[in-house]
Design a protein around this ligand. Structure first.
Ligand code: ADP
Ligand code: ZN
Ligand code: ZN
Length: 821
């Protein structure tokens, strides 16, 4: 028997292995196996098992099987095949999304060191600035090191010839060491009684004389009525040593054993469970979707519901219906740790059936969550982007909440998938309806509804007849002339805040920039303090008193003089959340102010606790980045202030207007969600801008109509499909050369595709790498599925690989990019 195996490597083919007879029972389609690959040992996925093979070369045997049960079936495989084809990665790279991090078995090449000998060699070296010297001194401190760590330590990739020389000298040897899974089921020691309680009682008097501690332990175990107790907890509670317990075990009173424990992520945030009578508009939506769940029919719905229209409750009702059909449920939300409210509502309704999946969980918690889903114990998954790859059995409904959110796009790793778009394909493969929900649908989804690809459902009214908040635009320039600006605040906004503080109502203030000042500028020479790794300005953080790069994380002390001319005339520009918080505290010294941004919510329970306090009225004002615009549902919020609408408006991106419109409507939607009306003050220098005018009129349809015309005129999505090709390298010349060569390889497709010339990326240097971009547009009319586009890229890539002398430069494809910076 033979197995076809794919690996999470950039090879677009499978490899044939022999199945040794002792593994015959265990190797099936859909399990992971450990197999030799070149000089290494890797974890791969079995996609097929066959009786014969045409492969002539020597076939190696599989070493080990990792899964008892398959983790994917034929239907799942179709989805991963689609992912790999559409996003141009290998099938193995796509399947890797399916498994929890840290569970693979892999060999690592290591250097085993004869330390004494290396020290001798080191002493013999005359020159101290050679690569050999650096390598020797690094090796002299240890017994073993991986190639990767050594490369990092000496700051050079090309260390192989040096190592080969050392191997010949007999100072080191290269070994292959297999590393097992880093994440494993967690096991704890438990103890239970192993004798009859009566019998134990009769021995107590004698025991009590010699070892009263042991009696104490027994009494607690008797109290537990036959239940086992975790050993560590028992010893801690009784302040006894392990020896006492061991002695009881030896005498046969108790039995100590190992038991697997379930690691569950718990959110601090909790709400009271509420039962609702559904509104007419909620009922109508459910009547439409319910039969599709019951009959397993694929259909994509765009649920356009204004903020506070009760979308979450619709999701909960849909989940109930899917469960009745014995199906499972997937609810995708933008980065979930930001929305403890929605998870809390699902826990309240479905208890243990719910599990969450997101990046703030520990690897162990994610692993246990994954296994509960795989075994069918957790049938409702509420999770961020990557939860789309949870091993759900028989999905009945898929919801993508806040479908417009850019966070659904994976930007950093391969494949660069969009979870919203992939969820639609997932639904079509599994015959299940997909609901995309939003108060501000993306232009693409709204267009898909217009042309009938999706079905549009609406919730036009807020719950409880709450009205949408009254929005006012405050022109900063005009106010400044009237002397009605106090630094970053207009008098209008300050007066409103004061009014709400007096009434004990909640206030949310948005400024979509973190830090204190976003630019440090020299008045004498005009120099802006830039990051040395990236072509972006450094941001001043007052709390840590440092300047930081928000792209690579570089942190430096605050410069006393200009780094270009030495002048002390340094000015700080641009307002971040820290400054807003600081100034608010100055104007309202009595108010309780908290900040939500990625700097402040580093601790696990910080956000939950903060939201609890805000809900109770212990916090008066929440200041934050776009994080405060997402999903928060607090009836006491009656005022939302936006310090500056410009933070997104002038981004050099064709979606800048859309992002601005969405952000402002979403944050406005946090106000006035109950009987007390809400109000929104937006400060801006671009009052007349159409996106802001549409926000002012609360006119989504008007915004969409104008935006879709622009998109058509400019040939942007949804009328074209975009691909961004990026080359990056530590050498500017090589990155540029690769981009030019790749562009040449694309030349023969110019008839069908619109291909830009290579340009420097908007962020030209990032984390020390120079970047060049080529933007390709493919018309939906002539290439509806994008097949031609993908073929062009793959063929250009293989030509580039054959001909270019820059073929070792890193090259990325981003299909349907969310940002072209
Ligand atoms: P959205 O997600 O559309 O912004 P939510 O789902 O947060 O809105 O709902 C707004 C508020 O209305 C929530 O506090 C929710 O508990 C409440 N709610 C939802 N449905 C009903 C209903 N049928 N009757 C009364 N209150 C409801
Ligand atoms: Zn200067
Ligand atoms: Zn940087």
């Amino acid at each position: 028997m033979f197995a076809e195996v794919v690996f999470a490597l950039p090879f677009r083919k499978s490899f044939t292995y022999e199945i040794p007879s002792e593994l015959k029972k265990f190797v099936k389609e859909g399990v992971r196996v450990v197999a030799p690959f070149g000089k290494r040992t890797l974890t791969g996925f079995v996609i097929q098992v066959t009786k014969t093979t045409n492969v002539k070369e020597s076939i190696k045997p599989i070493r080990e099987v990792l899964d008892d049960d398959p983790i994917f079936n034929k239907t799942n495989l179709k989805f991963y095949e689609w992912l790999s084809e559409y996003y141009l990665c290998s099938l193995g790279e796509a399947l890797k999304l399916l498994v929890p991090h840290g569970t693979e078995v892999e060999s690592k090449r290591k250097i085993a060191i004869d330390k004494n000998y290396i020290v001798q060699l080191l002493q013999r070296e005359q020159k101290k600035n050679t690569l050999r010297y650096k390598i020797l001194s690094e090796l002299s401190t240890r017994e073993q090191i991986t190639f990767a760590s050594l490369q990092k330590a000496v700051g050079k990739k090309n260390i192989y010839s040096q190592i080969r020389a050392l191997v010949e000298e007999g100072a080191v040897s290269v070994i292959e060491e297999i590393e097992g899974a880093k994440v494993k089921p967690k096991k704890l020691k438990y103890v239970r009684l192993s004798k009859d309680v009566k019998e134990i009682y009769s021995s107590l008097p004698e025991l009590d004389r010699k070892s009263p501690k042991q009696v104490k332990l027994l009494l607690i175990l008797i109290e537990a009525k036959g239940k086992s107790l975790p050993v560590a907890e028992l010893l801690h509670k009784t302040e006894t040593s392990k020896a006492a317990l061991d002695s009881l075990a030896k005498k046969g009173f108790v039995e100590i054993f190992e038991k697997e424990v379930d690691r569950r992520y718990k959110e601090h945030y909790e709400e009271q469970h509420q039962e609702f009578i559904l509104t007419e508009q909620q009922k109508k939506v459910l009547e439409e979707i319910t039969p599709k769940i019951q009959q397993s029919v694929f259909q994509t719905y765009l649920l356009h519901g204004v903020t506070g229209s009760g979308k979450t409750q619709v999701y909960i009702e849909l989940a109930k219906i899917a469960l009745e059909q014995n199906k499972s449920v997937l609810i995708l939300v933008p980065e979930i740790s930001l929305t403890p409210q929605i998870t809390s509502r699902f826990y309240n309704n479905f208890g243990e059936l719910v599990t969450v999946l997101h990046s703030r969980m520990s690897a162990g918690e994610r692993f246990d969550s994954w296994r509960r889903i795989h075994k069918g114990k957790s049938r409702i998954v509420v999770g961020a982007r990557s939860a789309l790859f949870a091993p759900l059995n028989d999905p009945g409904i898929i919801v993508v909440d806040e479908e417009h959110d850019a966070g659904y796009k994976q930007q950093d790793m391969i494949p660069k998938y969009n979870a919203r778009d992939s969820a639609v394909v997932f639904g079509s493969i599994h015959n299940c309806p997909v609901v995309l929900g939003s108060a501000t649908p993306s232009v693409e989804s709204r267009y898909n509804a217009e042309i009938g690809k999706y079905k549009l459902l609406t919730l036009p009214l807020r719950i409880d007849n709450a009205t949408l908040p009254k929005i006012t635009l405050v022109n900063i320039n005009a106010e400044r002339k009237k002397r009605r600006m106090d630094n970053i605040f207009s008098r209008t906004l300050l007066d409103k805040i004061e009014d709400r503080l007096n009434k004990k109502e909640g206030v949310i203030i948005l400024q979509n920039r973190r830090g204190f000042s976003t630019q440090i500028f020299c008045e004498d020479c005009g120099e802006i303090e830039m990051c040395s790794n990236c072509s972006v300005p450094m941001v001043f953080h007052i709390n840590k008193n440092t300047i930081q790069c928000h792209y690579c994380g570089l942190e430096k002390s605050v410069p006393a003089v200009c780094s270009n001319c030495g002048s002390i005339n340094i000015k700080y520009f641009g307002t971040g959340t820290e400054r807003v918080e600081d100034e608010l505290q100055f104007y309202f010294p009595q108010a309780n102010i908290s900040r939500i941004d990625s700097d402040s919510i580093t601790k696990k329970s910080y956000l939950s606790n903060l939201l609890l306090s805000f809900g109770k009225g212990e916090i008066d004002i929440l200041v934050g980045t776009q994080m405060v615009s997402k999903g928060l549902d607090f009836s006491r919020v009656t005022l939302v202030g936006v310090i500056s609408a410009e933070t997104t408006l002038w981004l050099p991106d064709f979606r800048a207007d859309e992002r601005t419109f969405q952000l402002l409507i979403q944050v406005a939607g946090r106000a006035g969600r109950s009987k007390i009306a809400g109000e929104v003050i937006i400060q801006t220098q671009n009052e007349k801008h159409f996106a802001l005018q549409k926000v002012l009129q609360n006119d989504y349809e008007g915004f969409y109509k104008r935006e879709i015309e622009d998109r058509e005129r400019m040939a942007y999505p949804p009328f074209t499909r975009l691909v961004l090709i990026e080359t990056k390298d530590k050498s500017d010349m090589k990155a540029k050369g690769a981009a030019i060569d790749f562009r040449k390889a694309l030349k023969k497709y110019e008839k069908h595709l619109k291909i830009s010339e290579p340009t420097t990326a908007l962020i030209y240097k990032l984390k020390g790498f120079y970047r060049y971009h080529i933007l390709i547009k493919s018309s939906r009319k002539t290439d509806p599925s994008g097949k031609l586009l993908r073929k062009a890229i793959l063929e250009a890539f293989s030509e580039f690989n054959r001909l270019s002398r820059y073929r070792d430069v890193k090259l990325f494809y981003d299909i349907d990019p969310q940002s072209i910076m």
